[in-house]
Design a protein around this ligand. Structure first.
Ligand code: IDP
Ligand code: MG
Length: 146
């Protein structure tokens, strides 16, 4: 049995709208365990590292600005296939077409901004999860994902 961990971020739009509890509740009621959790203000350096794969894209600057515009919540969720499972809970990147029933489909919509505001981030692979967990939780052991 391989237990996975994933990095989840509740983005500034989620925090501002008072949806921390709603997002955490969906993760917990699905059956995943939350094994680390903090509220923080992400700075540019941290976000450039986290979103390195998007450097150079038109929405990169707006993304970094948006993600540093207010507090976020970072957490590590754990469980079998949690990486895929949380992406499924989150729904498609574009909230306009994210399926109803998903976090993005139920709680977000197009705000007409340069960057898509969609409440949550979730790692997309074991490699990303390990990398992102190290960025946000430096002292956390990633043993179980390797
Ligand atoms: P994901 O969050 O669903 O994994 P990514 O492609 O990794 O989506 O993009 C990271 C974030 O950048 C998205 O969650 C969204 O906030 C923003 N984003 C992605 N694609 C676009 C785009 O085409 N226009 C504007 N913002 C985007
Ligand atoms: Mg992504």
């Amino acid at each position: 049995m391989i237990t996975e961990r994933t990095l989840v971020l509740i983005k500034p739009d989620g925090v501002k709208r008072g949806l921390i509890g709603e997002v955490i509740s969906r993760i917990e009621t699905k059956g995943y365990a939350i094994v680390a959790l903090k509220m923080m203000q992400a700075d540019r350096q941290l976000l450039e590292q986290h979103y390195a794969e998007h450097a150079g894209k038109t929405f990169f600057e707006p993304l970094v600005e948006f993600m540093s515009s207010g507090p976020i919540v970072a957490l590590i969720a754990e469980g079998n296939r949690v990486i895929e499972g949380f992406r499924s809970l989150a729904g498609a990147t574009d909230p306009t077409v994210a399926a109803p029933g998903t976090i993005r489909g139920d709680l977000a919509r197009d705000q007409g901004t340069k960057v898509v505001q969609n409440i949550v981030h979730g790692s997309d692979s074991v490699e990303s999860a390990n990398r992102e967990i190290q960025i946000f939780f430096k002292d956390f052991s990633i043993e179980r994902n390797t």
